[in-house]
Each structure stands twice: as structure tokens, then as C-alpha cells.
Design a protein around this ligand. Structure first.
Ligand code: VGL
Ligand code: ZN
Length: 211
């Protein structure tokens, strides 16, 4: 099926295509900016397009800078388990938190901000990291009768992975667009592992050319 003939129950979910996750950003993912072109080609064909933004306050719990003596990629125990620490990124209102300029925002209907609370991180587009607090996205998609989700964006092994995992758990049919995702891959091999796990959990992994 050509990308301009998507069915009415299909939505495209673009995860965190923001400056800080692209080359030059504070938590840059290799080639993060390269996926914009692929996404721009696909998005106009979808009846529903949602984009998420990681959107943290400066005192966010996931920033190593807010934990004296800790470095990025260390972890700390928090109320909802272990929190992996990151360089400061996607601070609300900053340039790093903006969508990458190569992303065409015109087809995007809903922009969902996540990770907005100081004391709670959010990798998944559906639930905060306590795995209980919903973002509202499931309700939005259900009301629009969406049952098929095509997921792209950053990072394959973090926010894309957790969004796919929750989407499957919530009963959506999920396809990951392999040439429209990029990962942190820290530690090395985690992108491959994330793809394998998503496939094992029932996601389809495919390329944009096959849509
Ligand atoms: C992400 C690390 C920290 C992501 C967000 O969008 O994958 N990764 N915050
Ligand atoms: Zn974050």
C-alpha cells in the first residue's frame, strides 16, 4: 500500500525528534537528524500523526547534574526503581527541546510533552516511568479509533522501545519503521537487543520502502 493510502485506523507516532537527540545536541544520537526526511515522506499519508517531546524542568530527576557526585550513565535508586542518569537534555523552552528543524511539523496533529514532572521520568509515550501514570495518549488514540501504530523517532533503545512495549501491552498492532529510528546504543548492542525484544513481543519491524 502506498504511503498516501493509509487506512483510517492507522496512526504515525514520532518519538522525540528533538535537537538535543541529534548531532550537536547534548544527548546526541548518531544520525538522529537523518530520519527526518523519511518521516516527512510518510507523515502526510497518515490520518493521525502524533509527535512526542521529551520536556524536562531544569531540576529533573534524570539529569546527572542534579545528583552530586554522579555522572551521566550512572544510575540512582528512586521511588519507582532505578533511574539511569543522563546529561541535561530537552529542558523546557530551550533550543535543545525544539523539534529538529528538518522535521516537517505541518502533518502533526498532536504534540505530547512527557517527562514534565521534576520527580518522575517518562520514556514511554503512554506511561511515565512509574508505569502507572498515563500521559493520555492511549485515550486520544482510542477516541480516534486508532488500532495500528507505526512508530519512528529516537531513541530506538530508550523512548521508542518503551513506547512500543506499552503500545503492544495496550493491544495496538505495532510496526517499527527501521530506517526511521536511531538509538543511543549505550552500552553497545542495546539497539540490536531492543529490536529483537520488540520483535519477540509482537512488533513488526519493517522499512519505509515496504509501507
Ligand atoms: C530519551 C534518554 C533520556 C529518549 C529521553 O527520547 O529516548 N533518552 N530521555
Ligand atoms: Zn529525557
Amino acid at each position: 500500500m502506498a504511503s498516501n493510502e493509509r487506512a483510517g485506523n492507522e496512526a504515525l507516532l514520532i518519538v522525540d525528534l528533538q535537537n538535543d537527540f541529534c548531532p550537536g545536541g547534548s544527548l546526541a544520537v548518531d544520525e538522529g537528524d537523518r530520519i527526518a526526511e523519511v518521516i516527512n515522506g510518510l507523515a502526510p499519508g497518515f490520518p493521525v500523526v502524533v509527535a512526542t517531546k521529551d520536556w524536562h524542568p531544569p531540576d529533573h530527576i534524570s539529569f546527572a547534574s542534579n545528583h552530586p557526585g554522579k555522572e551521566p550513565f550512572d544510575s540512582v535508586p528512586v521511588s519507582y526503581g532505578e533511574q539511569l542518569l543522563w546529561p541535561d537534555h530537552c529542558v523546557q523552552g530551550t533550543r535543545g527541546a525544539k523539534f529538529h528543524p528538518s522535521l516537517d511539523q505541518k502533518p502533526v496533529q498532536l504534540v505530547l510533552h512527557k517527562g514534565t514532572r521534576s520527580d518522575l521520568d517518562s520514556y514511554s509515550a503512554f506511561f511515565e516511568n512509574d508505569h502507572k501514570t498515563p500521559t493520555g495518549l492511549d485515550g486520544y488514540l482510542r477516541e480516534l479509533q486508532v488500532t495500528y501504530l507505526y512508530i519512528c523517532g529516537i531513541a530506538t533503545d530508550v523512548c521508542v522501545f518503551y513506547s512500543v512495549t506499552d503500545a503492544l501491552r495496550l493491544g495496538y498492532e505495532v510496526t517499527v519503521i527501521e530506517d526511521a529510528v536511531r538509538g543511543v546504543d549505550q552500552p553497545a548492542g542495546s539497539v540490536e537487543k531492543a529490536l529483537d525484544t520488540m520483535r519477540a513481543n509482537g512488533a513488526t519491524i519493517t522499512s519505509s520502502a515496504e509501507l
